[in-house]
Design a protein around this ligand. Structure first.
Ligand SMILES: Nc1ncnc2c1ncn2[C@@H]1O[C@H](COP(=O)(O)OP(=O)(O)OP(=O)(O)O)[C@@H](O)[C@H]1O
Ligand SMILES: [Mg+2]
Length: 236
């Protein structure tokens, strides 16, 4: 269980506050408009906020989360590329000697044909899949994934969300997302942020209403379910 007892970030013009949030095993999606504080929340959890972190009481299994990532993997919204092969990159932050795991991940993310290419020359979506494989290689108990679905085509969006759901069967996975229907299809819980505040905390996707989404994104939105699948429309 990852617990945010209290987390406050203050950049001067923008403040983010989160408190009394528990993330147990499962896939927990954070939604919210641009600039609502989703990435700040993740940076705060791992302690990468510098002087802007004015309060930080975050625990994993009762133990204070320090900057050591003994149990936590973080995939930032944007990652720099290096002149490393896909195989080198995916082993960079993990036990690179675990060749069997690496091979199975390269296979799972369909990266085998690209394994000797450098990550500099990959397409945006290919690089995202490499980053997922790198995170999976680390085999940590908590995954923080910031907009991992961005840049992926429809097939890979679903493949990556299925991978996240599989990881969430035994881990705590927290994911910032913008694709609301995709999030509602796979998430175990939905949290909504706006203006640095948590508006809705940890509800089931079936409990998300049009009013909540309209309030969160400040536009009229309608959510409907068809054949058990969520659809979100901009009410014109
Ligand atoms: N290091 C920083 N210094 C000053 N302001 C910052 C800093 N980091 C973020 N901000 C500001 O804090 C606000 C929240 O940013 P954040 O990146 O957390 O939003 P977000 O919800 O992740 O947005 P997006 O969906 O666009 O990724 C923004 O207004 C941003 O400009
Ligand atoms: Mg962000």
């Amino acid at each position: 269980m990852l617990t945010i007892e209290k987390l406050e970030m203050d950049y001067g013009k923008f403040q983010m506050t989160a408190e009394n949030m528990d993330f147990g095993q499962g896939l927990h999606v954070i939604l919210g408009p641009n600039g609502s504080g989703k990435s700040s929340l993740m940076r705060g959890i791992i302690g990468y906020g510098g002087a802007s972190m004015t309060k930080r009481a975050v625990y994993y299994e009762g133990e204070r989360v320090l900057k050591t990532h003994r149990f936590l993997s973080y995939l930032p919204q944007n990652n720099p590329r290096f002149r490393l092969s896909v195989r080198e990159y995916t082993g960079l932050t993990a036990d690179a000697g675990n060749r069997a795991l690496q091979d199975s991940l390269l296979e799972m993310f369909n990266l085998k044909p690209l394994s000797e290419n450098t990550v500099e020359e990959l397409s945006g979506g290919e690089f995202k899949r490499v980053q997922c494989a790198q995170i999976a290689m680390e085999q940590k108990a908590v995954l923080l994934l910031d907009e991992v679905e961005q840049g992926l085509d429809l097939k890979y969006q679903h493949r990556i969300l299925k991978w996240m759901k599989g990881e969430a069967a035994k881990k705590t996975v927290i994911a910032n997302m913008h694709d609301v229907p995709l999030a509602m299809t796979y998430a175990d819980t939905i949290t909504m942020m706006r203006d640095g505040k948590v508006l809705v905390q940890g509800i089931g996707p079936e409990d998300v209403t049009s009013a909540m989404l309209s309030d969160c994104y400040s536009i009229p939105l309608t959510v409907e379910r068809r054949e058990g699948r969520p659809w979100v429309f901009h009410a014109l």
